[in-house]
Design a protein around this ligand. Structure first.
Ligand SMILES: [Zn+2]
Length: 226
């Protein structure tokens, strides 16, 4: 049991530190945005508390919940905070995608601008082929309060190489084998959303043929991926 407590303490530190990447890359404002991580081998996850400013986040303030988003009792030393209001969506992803170890949500500006138009980001960059293996898809419009956001994420990403989905009129959710990979996907999603947007201002970006996208993706994922 103590090894599980130590594992959770370590994951709390990691999840807390990864939130600093969201502010460093200017993906979030105020208290919006959140990172979570699965506790490997247990039906538990660690997620940002609700309504706490980024400057005040500490490892101890991260909330341990079960995979339905209910704060886990007692021995985890949970803080006097509710888990993030997006916890149900993260929890749904962990329940339905066992290969996922980390989930990130932001309203980063350029990615969310594509989401507001309900337009997938076309794969017109080699770095996008590397990271996403194709376009970044749009998920359905869904309101917070039940499992519809989680369902939309899972249904969109289950058959996609992309670790990012743009939830329509809302913003990006990203997944990864661990929380760090999901944060990287959130950073890269905003980067390509910005670059392709700027390219569009000057004309129509040139497409990359699917064969080249596939070989770039396979090579990159072999070298750097899972
Ligand atoms: Zn949101």
């Amino acid at each position: 049991m103590s090894s599980l407590l130590e594992a959770i303490a370590q994951i709390r530190r990691e999840v807390c530190e990864l939130h600093a990447e969201l502010t460093r890359y200017e993906l979030v404002v105020w208290t919006a945005g959140n990172v979570s991580a699965r506790v490997p081998g247990h039906d538990l996850m660690v997620i940002k508390p609700s309504g706490v400013s980024y400057a005040d986040l500490t490892p101890e303030s991260m909330v341990v919940t079960d995979l339905y988003g209910t704060p886990a009792d007692g021995e985890w030393g949970n803080p006097p905070f509710s888990p993030s209001s997006d916890t149900a969506a993260h929890a749904y992803v962990y329940r339905h995608m066992p290969e996922v170890g980390g989930v990130v949500h932001t309203h980063s500006t350029y990615a969310t601008a594509w989401a507001a138009r309900g337009e997938a980001i076309p794969c017109v960059l080699t770095m996008m082929s590397d990271e996403f293996g194709g376009s970044i898809p749009v998920g359905p419009f869904a309101l917070i309060g039940d499992d519809s956001i989680g369902q939309g994420i899972v249904e969109t990403l289950r058959n996609s190489t992309s670790p990012a989905v743009l939830m329509q009129n809302h913003g990006p959710f990203t997944i990864g084998k661990d929380a760090r990979s999901a944060v990287k996907a959130a950073v890269m999603c905003e980067e390509v959303a910005r670059t392709v947007h700027i390219s569009r201002q000057l004309g129509e970006p040139l497409p990359i043929d699917q064969g080249s996208i596939d070989s770039l993706y396979a090579r990159y994922q072999n070298v750097y991926g899972q």
